[in-house]
Design a protein around this ligand. Structure first.
Ligand SMILES: NC(=O)c1ccc[n+]([C@@H]2O[C@H](COP(=O)([O-])OP(=O)(O)OC[C@H]3O[C@@H](n4cnc5c(N)ncnc54)[C@H](O)[C@@H]3O)[C@@H](O)[C@H]2O)c1
Length: 337
């Protein structure tokens, strides 16, 4: 079978991580588009000298006639790039977050429906073995009924670039990973949120780089998130440090160590006796962005719908915008999508 033709749009930082994956999966990168031509040229030189280079997406779509468009642009451009690609008959795999507004995300979902094409989002952290182990442990009921999920994320990140000038860099560009993981681990959907978003003294960000959020999830689960991109020293993992509590015990995953936990092993005593939690194994073979790409290919070959297909992923994005609205209104906000 001829290799699928891929057009890469956005040749910035993350493109440097995607292009080797595309190459090793034997996909044919037929073109690279970036508003800044030198960036596209540099990526083509490095990874795929046969690819054509463009600064205009529409011209690239006409000239290259790709099967797949990989949208690696900045969040504000996702809606315009992804919709143009869908309208040209391409399937789209886009970087998170889906869009810079829920309205834009809804337009993307409707366009995918109308064009009968797949639009999925790469939430790369879903495809990590330790995260798959957590999800399987919860799903197998080994903690009993899940009640409580906490995530802490603290990193002093000096990026420069678009994040420094975004209004809500932490929630929109980073917490989307953690909000999506909370849904992944629990299988629950968001119901409502109370969020306090702020920019700590001394912050090098223009927008709010820190937040504390309490989400009510379906099944009565409470998910509490505390995070900052403006916290020097003692960093947590980029994946966040997690504590999940069920009626039988607790599971911890922190500092990128393997998950571990304890469950009750007796019915008497002020604190009950506990035994080690048996954490489920993961059969995951393809991690991070390769995991996302493999789900796209499974869809193209066998029609298996990816877990981050846009109708599902918009729920994670909805958590982001409900949190931002809650912080603005200083009120509990229902999460809708
Ligand atoms: N999954 C992850 O862990 C992860 C990590 C980093 C970035 N990302 C996501 O990847 C996306 C890109 O991030 P980045 O760090 O590569 O940003 P970046 O600023 O380094 O690169 C983005 C590129 O897109 C180009 N661009 C912007 N609008 C465009 C348009 N309309 N058409 C063509 N090109 C356009 C810019 O010129 C720039 O070269 C963001 O959505 C970000 O959140 C994900």
């Amino acid at each position: 079978m001829a290799a699928w033709k891929v057009l890469v749009v956005g040749a910035g930082g993350i493109a440097g991580a995607w292009l080797p994956v595309l190459r090793s999966e034997r996909l044919r990168v037929v073109g690279i588009v970036d508003l800044i031509r030198e960036r596209a040229e540099a990526r083509a030189r490095e990874f795929c000298p046969e690819a054509q280079v463009f600064t205009d997406l529409r011209t690239a779509l006409v000239m290259c006639r790709p099967d797949i468009v990989l949208d690696l642009t900045v969040p504000e451009a996702h809606c315009q790039v992804t919709c143009a690609a869908l309208k040209a008959g391409c399937h789209v795999l886009g970087e998170k977050p889906m869009a810079d507004s829920l309205r834009a995300a809804r337009t993307m979902v409707r366009t995918a429906e109308r064009m009968n094409r797949l639009y999925m989002v790469s939430q790369s952290r879903r495809w990590e073995a330790q995260h798959d182990r957590i999800r399987r442990t919860i799903a197998a009921g080994r903690l009993g009924t899940l009640t409580t999920v906490n995530c802490d994320f603290y990193i002093g990140a000096h990026f420069g670039g678009f994040r420094d000038v975004m209004e809500s860099p932490l929630i929109l560009d980073m917490a989307i990973h953690h909000f999506d993981l909370a849904r992944h681990f629990t299988g629950a959907d968001p119901v409502a949120v109370y969020c306090h978003e702020f920019n700590p003294a001394g912050s090098w960000y223009r927008g709010n780089a820190a937040a504390s959020c309490i989400f009510e999830m379906t099944d009565g689960i409470v998910f509490t998130y505390r995070g900052s991109w403006c916290a020097e020293g003692c960093p947590t993992s980029w994946n966040g440090d997690w504590r999940l509590i069920g009626t039988r015990g607790t599971l911890i995953c922190a500092g990128d160590q393997e998950p571990y936990g304890e469950v009750t092993a007796g019915t008497t005593g002020f604190t009950r006796p506990v035994a080690s939690l048996e954490v489920a194994h993961s059969p995951l073979r393809h991690t991070a962005m390769r995991g996302a790409l493999r789900e796209l290919l499974a869809y193209l070959r066998r029609g298996v719908v990816p877990q981050t297909e846009c109708h599902d992923n918009i729920k994670s994005l909805a958590m982001v915008f409900a949190a931002i609205e809650s912080a603005r209104r200083r009120a509990r906000v229902r999460v809708t999508w």
